[in-house]
Design a protein around this ligand. Sequence first.
Ligand code: SF4
Ligand code: SF4
Length: 251
Amino acid sequence: RALVTGMGHTSENRIAIVCDSDPDKLAEALSDGSYAGPLISAPRRIAAVGGKRDVARLAITTLHSASPEAPALLSLPEQAPYGRIAIDRDGCTLCLSCVSACPAGALSDNPDRPQVSFIESACVQCGLCQTTCPENVISLEARFNTEASAMQPMVLHSEEPATCTSCGKAFGTKSTIERIKSQLAGKHHMFRSDAQVNLIEMCDDCRINAQWNMEDSLLRTTSPRPRLRTTDDYLEAQESGLSVEDFLKEH
Ligand code: SF4
Ligand code: SF4
């Protein structure tokens, strides 16, 4: 009804659910005209191929093309199964959790760079991406977009990858690194000095190297691992009449 009204027609007496299981009564209900409002256009045939949503889209856009006054974007009530999402780019860290959560394939990433793309015609407005987003930067808008662009992927957010300040290798995204820095630098006991904060901007390998070479590195200051005791140690200690601790001290 929202779609028909949005196209500029009256929705009065246009849509009905006919539940009759008796074929004769069903035929009668369909032919007696009691469910039909004024004709919108001459009846047209469509090839109902594809999935449920494909067929529905084809029927809706065909009806739309017969409605000269209709706008390209039709507003729908909240929780309608058509619409788009928007991402507040300032808060998005491109963690891609929303892409993993989308059950309809409406969201996708790019293997070559940090990026989220969206296909509006595939979105069922389930809200899973919004619930999953750790930064709460996704909003939903119910609507029907009749334009062909609704079936094409559009980039919602994209960023240059962050590069390691030591070796230049691409890793993570700049916004994620900046966010981690703002939360840890000077606030966490392991990220107090400049050298420690700089570790955040390094890739895994360079971070370990830099940590190892730091003056007060925990990696180097830990005591050596104790020697492993074997059965032979116990047997030899027994033969020499020593406790195993004393035997190990002497050998
Ligand atoms: S919108 Fe949210 S879940 Fe999606 S990439 Fe951005 S921060 Fe992650
Ligand atoms: S609302 Fe649902 S279908 Fe639409 S993009 Fe989010 S997770 Fe995917």
